[in-house]
Write a protein that binds this ligand. Structure first.
Ligand code: MN3
Length: 252
């Protein structure tokens, strides 16, 4: 058995208890729906959209991403985007429940929805694109069709990581870094604030998200302070490539 198999088995063993009842843990192959359906579109309850639970414990990404950062990021920042999104939708008397459609319809003309709807969408995606690190960081890389596409596009996985990290380093101020798929073609891009590729006419990004990395200071400041590159380097350990592969496969 190779290293990857054995660390994957360890990972499954460690997380099997956690995973019970967690529908979003894609590594167990529970979800095969089209990519858009993998996001809460996003389970609006009585009072509007609600905070999706993290698909792992707050300390599950330690030591790469610390517990307190996760608690504040999920419980305070993400919740605030949802609260303010619901407020903006109520003011518009908008009762639609499809977040993709809401972003398409309002992002260009309504800043509250652009910022808070984007914040809700981006963070819902971000939580699922992470999971506890394997024992060996070296084994955490994409395989299958996504792995092949990354190698074909960027030359190697390491070159891809360098380019993705450079895009994060070059993003001035707050924003996100993206790996996007468009008709089988992969591109790296970044956006300011909570803008994302679903917002028509707002960014020049093209394609569907395969990876999303939050480079706002609130995502890393408690542990990494001003060292965004250190946070990005650590993030590769907790990327959920199985979920990224589902997002990549979703459009085929
Ligand atoms: Mn954030």
């Amino acid at each position: 058995m190779d290293t990857q198999d054995s660390s994957r088995r360890d990972f499954l063993k460690k997380t099997s208890i956690l995973a019970a009842g967690v529908a979003g843990l894609s590594i167990l192959g529970q979800q095969t729906a089209f990519a858009a359906d993998l996001l809460e579109k996003s389970i609006p309850g009585e009072g509007g959209f609600t905070l999706p639970p993290l698909p792992y414990a707050f300390d599950a990404l330690e030591p790469h991403i610390d517990r307190m950062t996760m608690e504040i990021h999920h419980g305070k920042h993400h919740q605030a985007y949802i609260t303010n999104l619901n407020k903006a939708l109520a003011e518009l008397k908008e009762t639609g429940t499809d977040l993709d459609a809401i972003l398409k319809k309002y992002a260009k003309t309504n800043n509250a929805i652009r910022n808070n709807g984007g914040g809700h969408y981006n963070h819902s995606l971000f939580w699922k694109l992470m999971r506890p690190a394997y024992d060996s960081a070296a084994s955490n890389k994409p395989t299958g069709k996504l792995g092949d596409a990354i190698t074909a596009t960027f030359g190697s996985f390491d070159t891809f990581k360098e380019k993705f990290s450079a895009a994060g380093k070059d993003r001035f101020g707050s924003g996100w870094v993206w790996l996007l798929e468009d008709k089988g073609k992969l591109t790296i891009g970044s956006s300011a604030n909570q803008d994302n590729p679903l917002m028509e006419g707002v960014t020049d990004l093209k394609g569907r998200p395969v990876l999303a990395l939050d480079v706002w200071e609130h995502a890393y400041y408690l542990k990494y302070q001003n060292k965004r590159p250190d946070y990005m380097a650590a993030w590769w350990n907790v990327v959920n490539w199985e979920y990224a592969a589902q997002l990549f496969d979703g459009g085929k």
